[in-house]
Design a binder for this molecule. Structure first.
Ligand SMILES: [Zn+2]
Length: 859
């Protein structure tokens, strides 16, 4: 045998390689257990006297090997709990060749939302029903059946599910037949899958309904599988999925690799969704929707997620990373493709403009010393879990977008098509992709991308007009939020595709340059009046201008695209975090842009900046800040009114909601709060046809001004909401209530069955971010840490912990640091260290800016 090397103790040896799994599972939903048998066809490549497979939380009764001529070799099984393995000691050594490994086992349907787990729902008559659902990624297939649980051990799977009569049973491929067993159960046998990784295997069993098939233009049958009574919420996702599947088959130039596609709404689900080939699982709020009552962002999120998972059918399922360090490419690419597909499906949503918000979130993390390179070593299962973060998804997608825009979409696509074609059914490493795009484009793609993938952080590009506007000088340096002086990493340089927008005498021209060293000067054909870096916002860098140059951009804002104006606010806010600009600078910029700004994304960025200022402003100056907010936003509400006009575009409707929410919360606008409450009363009275964007804003405003009886009503609405989206609005807004007693009730509620474990992290994070009661939430969490740990899925802990960023007084920050030193989160060490550093940044901002902002508001 080949022992795993000490430096990499979690990898299995390559002396035994699986090619096919014949897997039968018999879940007992009432007992919350399952029994199983797996027969794995393996190729033994050198003589071995033991076989290692992954297994965790399973009881293994027996194991034996069967050779080609019927030779049987019995194995004694011991479990290595630490490494999540079964060690099968063989009575005789196995000769190289083809063998079959038979293992019988049993397990428990757990409540931790990983492996083969239990989910429940309560029907209209108050009766509880149980499902059994799988979630294998990253390393949880080993909790459902013994297997070679590494992504490059691809194999085909023949699955059989034996279930009680009347239950729906779904897996990755089409049902071949259903037999009745002697004891009256039903045995569902599914077609053999394509070769795929264990993390993509899926089973769903339970009392579920299934929609009619919708056949795509490419001939693929799609269905939605859902808890009974929710069929009316499925058409929107079916339509989006049908569009996406045809869109991707065309874009990749390869047909969908599965034989059918089921989209499954799961009541308890730790992630957003999971790209199991042919059996994609979702949390309900991302699959079941009523387009008449959903807001545009709720619809967009659903389409995004459906598109994201379906992009994975090719990029991830058909071509798969060789090991978990490559997960970034899998997720970054699916995120990039989700934008592309959503943008094609609903061009009016301007998806690449709203992507600015995601890019901002990635910038915020990547500006910290505790950031990491996009591609990062992964050794243990915990390391793999820690990779599912903003840097993988959002920064990864942003750098792919930058490359696509630099090369041109067609050249980029040709490279991807060549890559998928060459590696289908196989596994890759990141450089395989760059090599494919490099050979299709002739550009130095590998050199450019290495600078973005293998070093953390991102550049700040300083832009200055020189020689009376006849030249532009560009200089790059690493951008940092905190501690700008310092380490060797400050010498990092990037190969930056810079796109400049240059204004002269009313004309605007673009210039492109690859900034490869620390500085370059570009001579212009004619003197410029103003210059903007990162035209179209697709670069993953921030820009800095001198005061006069920035003022010129504000003056010429009508010549800039919305995403470019968005960037002005975003870059100045980042400069405040870094101590290079002041809070009054941000306020002044918001006021200047607000005069005539009509774009949704720019307003969302302004509203976020103003909300942040409200966190830092001294209590005595809050009214003055609120008055300033009203001064900016009121004219826009007067312009837009409370009711949509006929044929209004969706972004305008959503802008109305954004303006109303800003006025009713940060703006403390009493008239708006009164009107929002009146509108919400209409919701309670059952009035239909109200504008979802305004209704959603009203929910937040009622919460922000809510009383004890409002909280009763919120809890009732949360439980009885007719759609998942409406339920979620009430649930997440619980954290915004202004009274301490109400917040205490919300905290207690979060740990009861009233809040599903999949949502607890989001509820608690929001309470931590409550401006006035974050400290109460923190005290509660620390006193109930064991219960919180017990209730939340492992991956959710760090999502909740993100809320500590709001606890930005020195005393609280100190408490938080000390607590996590005693209570680390090993599954998210890196992300937690980022939250803690972001907290220190925020403490610094408060110390520097609070009084300065207060003084500016009083003048
Ligand atoms: Zn994904």
């Amino acid at each position: 045998m080949s022992p795993a090397t000490p430096s990499d103790p979690y990898r299995l040896p390559r002396s035994v390689v699986p090619s096919h799994y014949n897997l039968t599972l018999e879940p007992d939903l009432d007992a919350a257990t399952f029994a199983g048998n797996v027969s794995i066809d393996v190729e033994v490549t050198e003589p071995v006297d033991e076989i290692l497979v992954n297994a965790a939380d399973l009881d293994i009764a027996s194991a034996r090997l069967v050779g080609p001529n019927g030779t049987e070799v019995t194995g004694i099984v011991t479990l290595d709990l630490e490494r999540e393995r079964a060690i099968i000691d063989l009575e005789d050594a196995l000769a190289p060749g083809a063998w079959r490994l038979d293992i019988g086992f049993t397990g428990v349907l757990n409540d931790k939302l990983v492996g083969f787990y239990r989910s429940t729902y309560v029907d209209d008559d108050g009766i509880s029903h149980t499902l059994a659902v799988s979630q294998m990624e990253s390393t949880h297939a080993r909790r459902a059946f013994p297997c070679f649980d590494e992504p490059d051990f691809k194999a085909t799977f023949g699955v059989t599910l034996v279930v009680a009569e009347g239950l729906t049973a779904i897996s990755n491929s089409a049902t071949i037949d259903v037999d009745t067993t002697p004891d009256g159960r039903q045995s569902h046998r599914f077609a053999t899958t394509m070769p795929m990784s264990t993390y993509l295997v899926a089973f769903v069993v339970g009392p579920l309904e299934v929609t009619e098939e919708r056949i795509t233009a490419g001939g693929v049958p799609i269905r939605v599988v859902h808890p009974p009574g929710k069929g009316h919420l499925t058409p929107y996702a079916l339509d989006a999925a049908a569009f996406a599947l045809d869109y991707f088959a065309d874009w990749f130039g390869i047909p969908y690799p599965g034989d059918k596609l089921d989209l499954v709404a799961v009541p308890d689900f730790a992630f957003g969704a999971m790209e199991n080939l042919g059996c994609v699982t979702f949390r309900e709020v991302l699959l079941l929707i009523d387009p008449d009552t959903a807001t545009q962002p709720e619809l967009e999120r659903l389409v995004d997620v459906v598109a994201h998972e379906l992009a994975h059918m090719w990029f991830g399922d058909l071509v798969t990373m060789g090991w978990w360090e490559g997960i970034w490419l899998n997720e970054a690419f699916a995120t990039f493709m989700e934008m592309l597909c959503t943008d094609a499906y609903r061009p009016q949503w301007q998806r690449w403009v709203s992507f600015g918000l995601s890019r901002t979130a990635a910038f915020d993390v990547d500006a910290l010393a505790a950031t990491r390179p996009i591609e990062f070593p992964v050794i243990s299962p915990e390391d793999a879990e820690g990779m599912f973060d903003l840097l993988t998804y959002e920064k990864g997608a942003a750098v792919l977008r930058m490359l696509e825009q630099y090369l041109g979409p067609d050249v980029f696509k040709a490279g991807i098509q060549a890559y998928i074609e060459a590696h289908q059914y196989g596994n890759t490493k990141t450089t395989d992709l760059w090599d494919a795009i490099e050979s299709s484009s002739g550009e130095p793609v590998r050199r450019i991308m290495d600078s973005w993938i293998y070093q953390g952080g991102f550049p700040l590009v300083s832009v200055a007009l020189e020689r009376d506007g006849a030249a532009v000088r560009l200089t790059q340096q690493r951008f940092r939020s905190l501690d700008p002086a310092g380490s060797d990493e400050d010498a990092s340089l990037w190969a930056i595709p810079v796109t400049l927008k240059i204004g002269r005498g009313g004309d605007v021209v673009d210039e492109r340059v690859l900034l490869d060293g620390d500085t370059t000067t570009l001579s212009l054909s004619a003197p410029a009046d103003w210059v903007l870096a990162n035209a179209d916002g697709s670069g993953f860098y921030r820009a800095r201008y001198g005061d006069a140059a920035r003022a010129a951009l504000v003056e010429h804002r009508a010549e800039l695209l919305p995403i470019e104006r968005y960037g002005l606010v975003d870059d100045v806010w980042a400069a405040v975090l870094a101590g290079e600009a002041t809070a009054p600078d941000v306020l002044a910029l918001c006021e200047a842009l607000a005069v005539d700004e009509e774009d949704l994304s720019v307003w969302q960025r302004i509203a976020a900046a103003l909300g942040s200022l409200d966190r830092y402003v001294p209590d005595g100056s809050r009214d003055a800040l609120a008055a300033a907010v009203r001064g900016m936003a009121r004219p826009h509400l007067d312009r837009l009114g409370w009711e949509p006009v006929a044929d209004e575009d969706e972004r305008t409707s959503q802008l109305r909601g954004t303006i109303i929410r800003l006025l009713g919360t940060t703006g403390a606008d009493a008239a708006v709060a009164t009107q929002a409450r009146a509108l919400h009363d209409q919701v309670l009275d059952g009035t239909t046809g109200l504008d979802p964007a305004v209704v959603s804003a009203a929910v937040d405003i009622v919460a922000a001004t809510g009383t004890a009886s409002d909280l009763d009503m919120f809890i009732e609405r949360m439980e009885s909401a007719p759609t998942p989206q409406e339920g979620q609005r009430y649930q997440y807004a619980l954290g915004d209530f202004p009274g301490a007693d109400e917040i205490d009730r919300v905290l207690d509620l979060a740990l009861t069955d009233a809040v599903r474990s999949q949502n607890v992290a989001f509820v608690l994070r929001r309470v931590l971010l409550n401006r006035d009661h974050g400290d109460r939430a923190w005290a509660y969490l620390t006193h109930n840490w064991a219960a919180v740990n017990d209730k939340l899925p492992s991956m959710s802990m760090v999502r909740m912990a993100e809320g500590v960023r709001g606890l930005s007084t020195p005393a609280l920050a100190h408490e938080v640091e000390a607590f996590f030193a005693e209570h680390p989160l090993p599954q998210a060490t890196k992300t937690l260290s980022q939250h803690l550093e972001a907290l220190r940044v925020n403490v610094g901002v408060r110390e520097r800016e609070a009084d300065r902002l207060g003084a500016a508001l009083e003048t």
